[in-house]
Design a protein around this ligand. Structure first.
Ligand code: HEM
Length: 364
């Protein structure tokens, strides 16, 4: 099994901007997959195999499904979303704030975006809890086929409920685009799967940045450097999705002398492109600079970067408001990324703080 990785900023843009004219997103082009050469337990399979949703389609089929998604996410009420993130953040912090210690990955950055996204879909609490546990089962890899079937059934139930009683939520707005039940199910799974893990990584790595980078130490709390600066820096030099967007050359192609045969996947390294020496973006000029590729570019660029930033910024800000003396409980060198090519998330983020630092009483 073989493939290519685009590591310079121009190469990344060349690939992303020439989809679908020269490079296709459709994994039907993946020769090793067609020939059955990709091992069933390959981690690449879960992230690169064809699914019937916008992420893997080109041209008009992609445009139609993507329009449904952008129509739905642009109608999200950002004030309500921020309020819901604060409520979720408070519930999560309330669960550990009396202990003086926490693992902010397991107890904060991992669950928070999933709960926020489920809320955007207008699920009841039970539906939401069920979908969260099924997505977790799917990502855990324990009996993924059964988890996938159960998740599809839960998303179909949500679709039917929203067809009967539409609201002002992402699921109801997707229905407005005349998607079939099957398209609804796959689109709900795509949006939840595309939204939650990267936003978790951005929050986790954002907290780490604030707690370990001397340029933030002591200054975020007094407002000298806003948390949004920390997030910008993470999006540049530790993007939540470091390598992805598999593309396939349509016919033999070459780029700067490198032959790109059809049938072999070409991944885009957003992490490498962002740190391309030829870019000459001074690290001190990264805050506020949106020229990074963390949200990709071209036809499949992330349709919701502003929502992602809003969730992450609100979550990070609330944590620092609630636990102003929060600090790492282990040396920074003991923090590690989860294994894997596609996502950059920490395994754990142990912190400590004064247990009485809870500024806001329970039950607000
Ligand atoms: C920090 C958080 C996020 C990051 C770093 C991120 C990054 C990305 C990237 C790199 C892609 C391109 C994938 C590819 O071409 O294969 C993408 C696509 C996508 N993202 Fe995001 N994303 C984030 C949050 C979100 C959120 C909050 C939502 C929805 C509420 C979302 C929905 C999607 C969807 C639906 C696509 C597929 C678009 C298409 O194929 O046309 N993402 N995202």
């Amino acid at each position: 099994m073989c493939g290519y990785l685009a590591v310079t900023y121009p190469a990344a843009l060349h690939l992303l901007r020439n989809n679908p004219a020269i490079f296709s997103k459709d994994p039907a082009h993946w020769q090793a997959l067609r020939l059955g050469h990709v091992p069933l337990d390959s981690p690449a399979l879960m992230m690169m195999q064809p699914r019937d949703n916008a992420l893997w389609k080109d041209g008009p089929a992609h445009t139609r499904l993507r329009r449904a998604i952008t129509n739905a996410v642009t109608q999200v009420d950002t004030h309500k979303l921020a309020a819901s993130v604060i409520q979720i953040a408070d519930q999560l912090i309330d669960a550990f704030s009396h202990t003086g210690q926490a693992d902010l990955v397991a107890q904060y950055s991992d669950p928070l975006p999933m709960l926020a996204v489920i809320g955007m879909f207008g699920c009841s609490q039970d539906e939401g809890r069920n979908i969260v546990s099924l997505v977790t089962r799917l990502f855990d890899g324990s009996d993924p086929e059964q988890a996938n079937r159960d998740l599809e059934a839960a998303c179909l139930q949500l679709t039917r409920a929203k067809r009967d009683a539409p609201g002002r939520d992402v699921a109801s707005h997707l229905i407005e685009a005349d998607l079939t039940d099957e398209e609804m199910v796959q689109t709900i799974i795509l949006v939840i799967g595309a939204a939650a893990p990267p936003t978790s990584n951005l929050i986790g790595n954002g907290i780490r940045r604030v707690l370990t980078d001397p340029s933030f130490a002591g200054s975020v709390h007094d407002g000298v450097r806003p948390v949004s600066d920390a997030l910008d820096e993470v999006l540049w030099d530790n993007p939540p999705v470091p390598n992805y967007s598999p593309l396939y050359a349509i016919g033999p192609q070459s780029y700067e002398g490198v032959l790109l045969p059809p049938g072999e996947p070409i991944l885009v390294s957003f992490a490498a492109a962002n740190s391309d020496p030829a870019l000459a973006v001074d690290p001190s000029a990264r805050a506020g600079n949106k020229g990074h590729l963390a949200f990709s570019a071209g036809a499949h660029a992330c349709p919701a970067p502003d929502l992602a930033r809003l969730i992450a910024e609100t979550a990070l800000g609330r944590l620092l408001d609630r636990l102003p003396d929060v600090d790492l409980a282990v040396p920074s060198a003991e923090l590690h990324n989860r294994p894997g090519t596609f996502l950059a998330g920490l395994t754990a983020l142990p912190v400590r703080f004064q247990p009485e630092a809870r500024l806001i009483p329970h039950g607000r």
